[in-house]
Write a protein that binds this ligand. Structure first.
Ligand code: SAM
Length: 260
C-alpha cells in the first residue's frame, strides 16, 4: 500500500479504500501509520511487521485473510521490508496486489532536471567496506542518471565518496524533504554539496548526472587547427568537426570559412 512520503494529501483513493477494507494493516511503524489512518477516519486494526519481525510474518498475520501493508513511507518494496513480504506472500500462494502511488525517487529524479530517459535506482549504498567500494566502482562509468537514497548522518561521507568518483564538476541534484514544509531541490555541482549540506537534516535523495550526459563542448577552434594541420579541408573537415561533437552549422561555417 503506497503511503505519503510526507504530505498526508498524497494518498490515492484506492489506497484509502484498501486500508479501510483490509482485515488488518500490517506496517513498519504503527504510530506513523496510525496517524495516517486517523487523518482519514479509518479504524482498521494495525500490527507491526518490520525488518525485525518479518521473519515471523506467518505468525503475525495468521488470523487475517486480507492484509494491507504499509511501510514507513512511499511504496513498500522500494528500499524497505516490503519486497521481502511480497516474496513471502508468493511463497505462501497468496494473492498479491500492488497499488501505484507515492515513492521518493520519482519526484526527485524529475525535479533534478537531469536526463530521465534512462536512469538507475541504487537505493542506499552499503554503509562501508568492500561492498560499498564495489558498488561505487560499478557506478564510476555509469552512463545513465543515478538515483541514491541517503540518511542525513551518512550524507557527507557519501558526497565525499561521490566527489572522489566523479570529480567536483559533476552535475548533481539533492532533493530534501520532498512534499514536506522544508522541501528543497538543490541543483549544482558535486564539489559545492559538501559545504551546502554541511549540517544535513531530513530525508535525502541524490540524483547524479550520467557520465556522458552533457558532452563537453569541444574546443572547436583548437580542433579546427589540428584537423587542418592533418590536411583536412572542405567537406571532410566539416564532417570530422561534426563527428567530434561540433554542431553541424558551426562545423560547416568553420570548415569553409578560410577555404573560401
Ligand atoms: N519506500 C520508500 C519510497 O518508496 O521511496 C523509501 C523508504 S527508505 C527506508 C527511506 C528513504 O527514502 C529516505 O532515507 C530517503 O532517502 C528517501 N525518502 C523518503 N521520503 C523522502 C522525502 N520526503 N524526501 C526525500 N527523500 C525521501
Amino acid at each position: 500500500m503506497p503511503t505519503p512520503i510526507g504530505n498526508l494529501g498524497d494518498v490515492t483513493l484506492r489506497a484509502l479504500e484498501a486500508l479501510k477494507e483490509a482485515d488488518v494493516v500490517a506496517c513498519e511503524d504503527t504510530r506513523r501509520t496510525a496517524k495516517l489512518l486517523r487523518h482519514y477516519g479509518i479504524a482498521t486494526p494495525l500490527v507491526r511487521l518490520d525488518q525485525y519481525t518479518m521473519g515471523r510474518a506467518e505468525w503475525v498475520l495468521a488470523d487475517y485473510e486480507v492484509v494491507a501493508y504499509a511501510s514507513d513511507a512511499g511504496t513498500p518494496g522500494i528500499s524497505d521490508p516490503g519486497a521481502e513480504l511480497v516474496r513471502w506472500a508468493y511463497a505462501q500462494g497468496a494473492e498479491v496486489e500492488v497499488l501505484p502511488g507515492p515513492t521518493a525517487f520519482v519526484p526527485a529524479l524529475v525535479a533534478s532536471g537531469l536526463p530521465t530517459a534512462r536512469f538507475v535506482f541504487e537505493g542506499f549504498l552499503p554503509p562501508a567496506g568492500k561492498a560499498r567500494k564495489k558498488r561505487l566502482e560499478a557506478l564510476a562509468g555509469e552512463e545513465r542518471t543515478v538515483v541514491l537514497y541517503e540518511a542525513p548522518h551518512r550524507l557527507q561521507t557519501t558526497l565525499r565518496d561521490l566527489i572522489a568518483l566523479y570529480g567536483k564538476d559533476h552535475p548533481v541534484a539533492v532533493a530534501r524533504e520532498l512534499s514536506k514544509r522544508h522541501e528543497e531541490v538543490w541543483r549544482g555541482r558535486l564539489g559545492e554539496t559538501v559545504g551546502r549540506f554541511a549540517e544535513p537534516r531530513g530525508e535525502f535523495v541524490l540524483v547524479l548526472g550520467p557520465r556522458q550526459a552533457i558532452p563537453a563542448e569541444p574546443d572547436a577552434e583548437a580542433l579546427l587547427a589540428r584537423l587542418r594541420a592533418e590536411g583536412l579541408s572542405g567537406r571532410a573537415l566539416a564532417e570530422a568537426l561534426e563527428a567530434a561533437g561540433v554542431a553541424r552549422n558551426r562545423a560547416r561555417q568553420l570548415a569553409y570559412k578560410e577555404d573560401a
